[in-house]
Design a protein around this ligand. Structure first.
Ligand code: HEM
Length: 581
């Protein structure tokens, strides 16, 4: 396997943590050729007709007359476009949710989006949708964290993935399918060929079929990660396309782009793109040709070279036959016209914190849109999704009563909420693959650090020490402690939970350092579980945080265990009532 994760809006070198959909592209080097599952971390897409893809991408990317913004959708052209494209509204709700700001590439789900076919040896076809689920569970950052992480470490996700694989903490995903037949498809109030729609798991459960483990980093980023060419058209016998019009458009577009991005038609010969099985064809010559095939024959059928490759009608790929009737017209199907019911389903399936984050995201994004008419139109769509959501966004924007009336093509329906859509509702308590940051100082208690190290390891977490500087600090038992980071370069947004384990004199010294005060204040505002030693209390006071059940004093091993249990639950959500990040 080879996997490439990507952002969409930003160019090469842009920050890793914008609010954006993430590409989740995977290559299976099978014995029957290469199968590419070119998905995203969101199961639906913005558009129904591939011909609008360039328009979508132009609208979200930097504005052509000014060269900014880089890697951000919070600008007029994007919101102008989607406010005139009702079909994009289900996707917009996903992009405004926590799904668009993942904590790590290792902690995000993946989706093939389109309906595909699996065809068995008897030629029986079953519709499928592909899903990737991370073994260590999904997690997101808060928007305020994303902003601060992008400033402090623009390469946050790449570094996280590279380091996890280097230390042997191999990211793993379970691959599952939702399998269904035509009758089931016909029973849905939406069209399975519409890429702006998903099939709720409660209607068609996931069936696990395999596991991907990423156990090696590329040897060379350019040669492998840059030059890789994914293509939804790369399928192998047993897998076939559906008539999803967006998928059909993609089957043209990827080659079209790769011909120029990779300098001609022979990029399949690059090591990263080369199939890992015998391959025979008569494609010849052209730019960057690396093969030196002998023989006077370069065509099939031929009689002049009996040893040359021949068509294989049994093992070769055959398109699944489909009986179709009716007019073939270049129009959008009526069955594609309900643009709000699933957007409403998504919003109403979210937990309270997740809904709050969607409101804040809309407020942030629309707060960056200069053109009031665009904002009023956007509010009109939000109203069609959910009137309560619209009220809250209106409020947050201070635009009460400025909502355009946008008649929906199809009146939205209330679907049964789908808890499977909520990351928080299905989150399991864990610290696996997470990071705990421990603030230490001269004279800090070595035993606390050692116990924390052992507890973190036992939970599959990484523990990193942050010192007043990168040089070693002397502990209370005169043994030197080597920090992984200096406080100036390691804000608490890098960590999933933190501990303040400084000595009394260390606390006095750090009370003068904004970086130390911000470390604690941000951890508190980001609802993180904070552990602290009694000697650190003056520093917490100076940082101005209140002691709640998410702020745990650590004197005994019971305290340590209580801290770890609390940290496994992720954030201390009740604190959100008292502080807004
Ligand atoms: C379901 C909707 C879509 C998904 C899940 C999706 C996914 C992706 C991903 C993951 C990549 C990056 C691949 C890599 O890492 O190299 C990508 C690139 C690209 N996508 Fe899509 N995409 C979608 C829709 C479209 C549509 C509708 C078009 C055009 C008709 C399109 C055209 C492209 C092109 C041209 C590239 C660049 C390929 C390259 O440079 O190698 N995509 N897409």
């Amino acid at each position: 396997m080879f996997a490439r994760f990507s952002t969409v809006a930003g160019g090469a070198g842009s920050v890793d943590l914008p609010r954006d959909v993430r590409g989740f592209a995977v290559k299976f080097y099978t014995q029957e050729g290469t199968f590419d599952l070119v998905g995203n971390n969101i199961p639906v897409f913005f558009i129904q007709d591939a011909i609008k893809f360039p328009d979508l991408v132009h609208a979200v990317k930097m504005e052509p007359d000014r060269g900014y913004p880089q890697a951000a959708s919070a600008h007029d052209t994007f919101w102008d476009f989607v406010s005139l494209m009702p079909e994009s509204w289900h996707m917009i709700l996903w992009v405004m949710s926590d799904r668009a700001i993942p904590r790590s590439l290792r902690m995000m789900e993946g989706f093939g989006v389109h309906t595909f076919r699996l065809v068995n040896a008897e030629g029986v076809s079953t519709f499928v949708k592909f899903h990737w689920r991370p073994r260590i569970g999904s997690a997101s950052v808060l928007w305020d964290e994303a902003v601060k992480i992008s400033g402090a470490d623009p390469d946050f996700h790449r570094r996280d993935l590279f380091q996890a694989i280097e230390r042997g903490d191999f990211p793993e995903w379970e691959l599952s399918i939702q399998a269904f037949d035509q009758a089931t498809a016909d029973s849905f109030p939406f069209d399975v060929l519409d890429p702006t729609k998903l099939i709720p798991e409660e209607r068609v459960p996931l069936q696990p079929i395999g596991k991907m483990v990423l156990n090696r980093n590329p040897d060379n980023f350019f040669a492998e990660t840059e030059q890789v060419a994914f293509h939804p058209g790369h399928i192998v016998p047993g897998i076939d396309f559906s008539d999803d019009p967006l998928l059909q458009g993609r089957l043209f577009s990827y080659t079209d782009t790769q011909l120029s991005r990779l300098g001609g038609p022979n990029f399949h010969q690059l090591p990263i793109n080369r199939p890992r099985c015998p391959m025979h064809n008569f494609q010849r010559d052209a730019l960057m040709q690396m093969e030196v095939p002998g023989s006077r024959v370069n065509y099939e059928p031929n009689s002049l070279d009996p040893a040359s490759p021949r068509e294989n009608t049994s093992a070769g790929f055959a398109t699944h036959p489909v009986t179709q009737s009716g007019d073939k017209l270049r129009v959008r199907s009526e069955t594609f016209m309900d643009h709000y019911s699933q957007a409403r389903l998504f919003y109403r399936s979210m937990t309270v914190p997740e809904q709050d984050h969607i409101v804040s995201a809309f407020a942030f994004e629309l707060g960056k849109v200069e053109t009031p008419e665009v904002r009023c139109r956007v509010l009109g769509h939000i109203k069609n999704v959910d009137a309560g959501l619209c009220d809250r966004v209106e409020q947050a924007l201070g635009m009460q009563g400025q909502v355009d009336s946008i008649p929906p093509a199809v009146e939205p329906i209330d679907m049964q909420p789908s808890p499977a859509l909520s990351l928080l509702a299905k989150a399991q308590p864990t610290l696996e693959g997470r990071k705990i940051g421990v603030l230490v100082s001269e004279g800090c208690e070595l035993s606390i650090v050692d116990q924390l190290q052992a507890s973190a390891e036992a939970e599959g977490a990484v523990l990193e020490l942050i010192g007043p500087h990168i040089g070693a600090v002397g502990s209370n038992s005169h043994i030197a402690i080597k920090p992984h980071h200096a406080i100036a370069g390691a804000p608490s947004v890098f960590f999933d939970a933190v501990v303040v384990a400084v000595s009394a004199e260390g606390a006095e010294a750090l009370k003068q350092q904004a970086a130390a005060l911000n470390f604690i204040h941000d951890a508190f505002a980001h609802l993180k579980i904070i552990g602290f030693t009694a000697a650190s209390m003056p520093l917490l006071d100076r940082a101005g945080i209140d002691i709640d059940d998410g702020v745990v004093e650590m004197e005994t091993s019971q305290d340590m265990a209580a801290y770890i249990e609390a940290a496994k639950n992720g954030r201390f959500w009740p604190r959100a009532a008292t502080i807004k990040a």
